[in-house]
Design a protein around this ligand. Sequence first.
Ligand SMILES: [Zn+2]
Length: 242
Amino acid sequence: MPADASFEFSRRIFLGSTAAWLVAGVGAARAAGTIKPGPKSALIVVDVQNCFIDGGTLPVKGGAAVVPVINKLAASFDNIVVTQDWHTPGHASFASTHAGKKPFETTSMPYGTQVLWPDHCVQGSDDAALHKDLKLPTAGLIIRKGFRKDVDSYSAFVEADNKTKTGLAGYLKERGVDTVFVTGLATDFCVAWTALDARKLGFTAYVIEDATRAIDLNGSLAAAWKKMSEAGVKRIQASDVA
Ligand SMILES: [Zn+2]
């Protein structure tokens, strides 16, 4: 893999200094543009939809800023997958569906604790459309998720019941992809869950931090980075990608 090759290259540069080797080992000292995605890599663009951008129903602060970063990254990838949050009206993840509940409170679902959101990304609405400035003409697949009324889905791979698969892992594996680069909205929910599931399913996983923005609800962003780090998800910046 080009990514591994560049990592080995960094390691050789930093050998001789234990402290520097430790820094290199967590990927923080990588020189700009040293990761070259090859045919076995895929860019996953998570939920860059009007609903998650200012003016939408569940805006992520600064969400629109990921669009030009992702558009530029796209040129480095042979494989691009886009996801769309795609809920039914009255979806179980909406606070309005649960009597007495307000957005950002939680409830207990058969599959675990569910954060309740404002009504958002309803199927076929302008709110659920991909952002108009997203330019990904070579994207090969759009995965829609969260379209079953009683199950939410943050991850692009497996819905929140932890059982229902979207088919994305099969698609990627059939195309020989073993490494994914996750971008989009929001860092601490759909991006993190996608990256964590990618690791569980055996993929090498990067999150391109400046191609994401977070909701950060009750410390969720720090918690998500901790989980991702423990799972071996690599945290990089767009400038690290050649
Ligand atoms: Zn949703």
